[in-house]
Design a protein around this ligand. Structure first.
Ligand code: ADP
Ligand code: ZN
Length: 624
């Protein structure tokens, strides 16, 4: 018998387990649980509360969907985004589950009929927007219904320090108070300590166990490059590494979103803009096209992405620095949910730090809030400047130690940067900052260092300073890299209120006196380091489906075309009909009987019934 000491609280799991497996197989077409899913499903099915921390793509949905099916009554899922609800409901309905959603897109009559179904016990799962749930009407409706559990998805939205704070989430504490007997499961992919504490406090989970999965996404390759001309770099990145792939490009401003989308389109890379300034209908259309069509790039502000379930996003590119490691991790996490090799690529420069700092300082928040925000930004800059493994650094931020210390699938592991003693270089730069009065930005500083006798330098008499031209051994690009690293190390600050004027910090003194060791990443004077795309180590991802057999490309094409047609007719995204991994499984193993087809992950009873004949016919005609 398996050890059951891990299961907290009441453990009647021996009975629940076989049922859970049977439902997993029949409804979802899956043959086994992943990681902690089984423990969680048992715990919640037995009536326990818990907090689940799992990375994007880790399989959170099953943790509440299965217990909802196994327990009496309907599972209520609080979910902040309508697009996500719609896709989940479509996917569940496809699998034969009685699922519905209550949100602002429904007409009065539609909402009414969903409510009737809930009261009549005709629903297994009901997705509800938080603000809706909090209305007296909805709460009294829930009083009258039989409820299996409450699942609070994207639970980090409750955190005021977080990047996705939603005031209505605060109100969700009513669930614990009003429905104390009903099990609660809170789920999130954001898991720093502060957020975790806020979730447990606000959702009444102080005594509940926490299930924390590894946050590693081994199939994502992390890469952060020195920003030169971001759009040109982006085009090269897509052409060389991700031609024809679906991807998301994040920019900070609407104007930059529009401009970047246009640039990509002109370069023959099909791209659509997405930002809050676009008409709601246009936005919805662009999102739908991105979800449903193959190989589109969406260029977006952060308004886009939360609740995007698309499994085959092959890359996420950042042209601007996000606010924090949490935001970076969540945004990059939208790549490769299907477990296949994917890229997280970011171009970043000193101006990004200045810009983000300015946004924090100009924000309306309290000083304590600003301090936390600056701390979070600094942590991200540290990640961008690290010479070590990015994955180790990322996981370390979330409190996880990465055993090997080197992942073999990030830029720094694949081509380790040269690191040198940068004492003298750092001293030159810092003393130059001092000599020019801590009133000038990067450009002027570098002009003085390398001895450029331009009008501005003359105007301020900086050509007469002893530091004029003391840095001729490095070129402009190299000085920029040194500067950025000194800012990241905290020896210098770019004052966002004074147009990025550089100022020494307390710690700069020790560097100037030679008491602090400064190790700097060597910047070659030429191009970026060569990008090694398809490195031999870039295949660490779990690759289910293909079973060692080669995928039949013709059959795969036929299956894709069939799927697009079905998706179009049914008005759902293609992956709701069948996942990529499922059609690849079919193209690899050529099932010719319903039993063989049923063995492919992702084919449950309902899908077999609905599509079995057509799929087998497709396989047979490909085999002729
Ligand atoms: P999350 O909500 O954590 O981002 P999902 O619940 O959407 O992740 O699951 C991500 C993907 O993993 C989905 O395609 C899902 O079908 C798949 N998946 C989840 N659990 C399992 C499992 N036990 N076996 C195989 N695939 C799974
Ligand atoms: Zn690494």
């Amino acid at each position: 018998m398996p050890a059951s000491n891990h299961a907290p609280a009441r453990d009647h799991g021996i009975d629940a387990a076989p049922d859970a497996l049977a439902v997993l197989h029949a409804v979802f077409g899956l043959s086994g649980f992943r990681g902690a899913q089984e423990q969680i499903v048992r715990h919640v099915t037995d009536g326990g509360n818990c907090l689940v921390l799992m990375p994007t793509g880790g399989g959170k949905s099953l943790c509440y969907q299965l217990p909802s099916l196994l327990r009496e009554g309907c599972g209520i899922v609080v979910s902040p985004l309508i697009a996500l609800m719609r896709d989940q409901v479509a996917g569940l309905t496809e699998a034969g589950v009685k699922a519905a959603a209550l949100n602002s897109t429904l007409s009065f009559d539609e909402a009414n009929s969903v409510e009737q179904r809930l009261i009549a016990g005709d629903l297994d799962l009901l997705y509800v927007a938080p603000e809706r749930l909090l209305t007296p009407r909805c709460l009294s409706l829930l009083d009258r219904a039989k409820i299996a559990l409450f699942a609070i998805d994207e639970a980090h939205c409750v955190s005021q320090w977080g990047h996705d704070f939603r005031p209505e989430y605060i109100g969700l504490s009513v669930i614990a108070e009003r429905f104390a007997e009903v099990p609660r499961i809170a789920l999130t992919a954001t898991a720093d300590e502060l957020t975790r504490k806020e979730i447990t406090a606000r959702l009444g989970l102080a005594d509940a166990p926490q299930f924390v999965a590894s946050f590693d996404r081994p199939n994502i390759k992390y890469e952060i490059v020195d920003k030169q001309n971001a759009q040109t770099q982006l085009k090269a990145f897509i052409r060389e590494r991700h031609a024809g792939d679906a991807g998301i490009v994040y920019c900070l401003s609407r104007a930059k979103v529009e401009d970047t989308a246009e640039t990509l389109n002109r370069a023959g890379i099909p791209a659509l803009p997405y930002h809050a300034g676009l008409d709601a209908a246009v936005r919805a259309r662009h999102q739908d096209r991105f979800l449903n069509e193959d190989g589109l790039v969406i260029v977006a502000t952060i308004a886009f992405g939360m609740g995007i379930d698309k499994p085959d996003v092959r890359f996420v590119a950042h042209l601007d620095l996000p606010k924090s490691i949490e935001a970076y991790y969540q945004e990059t996490g939208r790549a490769g949910r299907d477990g296949k090799p994917s890229s997280a690529w970011m171009a970043y420069g000193l101006s990004d730090i200045v810009q983000q700092r300015r946004m924090i300082e100009e924000s309306a928040g309290a000083d304590s809030f600003k301090r936390v925000s600056i701390g979070k930004l600094d942590a991200l800059v540290g990640l961008a400047e690290t010479t070590g493994c990015r994955r180790s650094r990322l996981l370390g931020y979330f409190g996880e130690t990465f055993a090997e210390g080197k992942c073999g699938n990030c830029d720094n592991c694949l081509s380790p940067p040269l690191v040198r003693d940068g004492k003298v270089v750092a001293q030159k730069l810092l003393s130059c900052v001092y000599r020019i009065g801590q009133r000038f930005g990067a450009m002027h500083l570098i002009d003085v260092l390398i001895g450029r006798l331009n009008a501005r330098v003359k105007q301020f008499g900086h050509d007469r300073l002893s530091v004029f031209g003391i840095g001729r051994e490095l070129n402009e690009k190299q000085w920029r890299a040194v500067l950025r690293q000194l800012v990241a190390m905290g020896h210098l600050q770019a004052d966002s209120e004074a147009f990025g004027a550089l100022k020494l910090t307390e710690s700069a003194r020790a560097v100037l006196k030679g008491k602090t060791v400064v190790m700097l990443r060597e910047q070659t004077s030429g191009r970026d380091r060569p990008s090694r795309t398809k490195s031999k180590r870039s295949d660490p991802a779990p690759q289910p489906a293909s079973r060692g057999t080669a995928v039949d490309a013709n059959l795969l094409g036929a299956l894709r075309a069939w799927r697009s047609e079905v998706a179009r007719k049914r008005g759902v995204p293609a992956y709701v009909v069948l996942h990529d991994s499922t059609i690849e499984g079919i193209a690899a193993s050529h099932p010719s009987t319903p039993e063989q087809l049923r063995d492919i992950p992702g084919i449950g009873d309902k899908k077999l019934e609905r599509y079995g004949r057509e799929l087998i016919a497709l396989v047979n005609s490909a085999d002729d």
